[in-house]
Write a new protein. Sequence first.
Length: 148
Amino acid sequence: MLDIGPVEYVVIAFPGNRFKGEIVPELKRLVDNGIVRILDLTFVKKDADGTTSHVELQMLDPEEASLFLEVDGEVGGLFSDEDLDLIAQELVPNSSAALLAWENTWAAPMVQAVAGAGGLVVAHERIPAPVVALALEAAAAAAAEAEA
């Protein structure tokens, strides 16, 4: 039986290479509460001249890596060089991105239940929060208009 939840990834861009670590406390909270398990965290950078580089968390300089010391995870190796190169190509000059892969540990029991019932997940997609917010606003406006 499967004992892993769905795995997701996100690419978070930082124009001007301005990553300051504000995301880390929330990431730590999610991990500490067993909601997610970090599987990989990698950073991609594009200099002003367009030169790109990427580095895994464990290879950051000690000052940068210290931001993540309190975040538990099994970091490393899921993103290929090809994945990282594709992300780097999309970055604007003088920017960086964090690539984060996590397991939704909260969903592992559902995965097990579906498998136990002989079911197969045939579609699963994450809808970005801004898209949902716009859809909810439009629905509320339509409902208000219908009531008027």
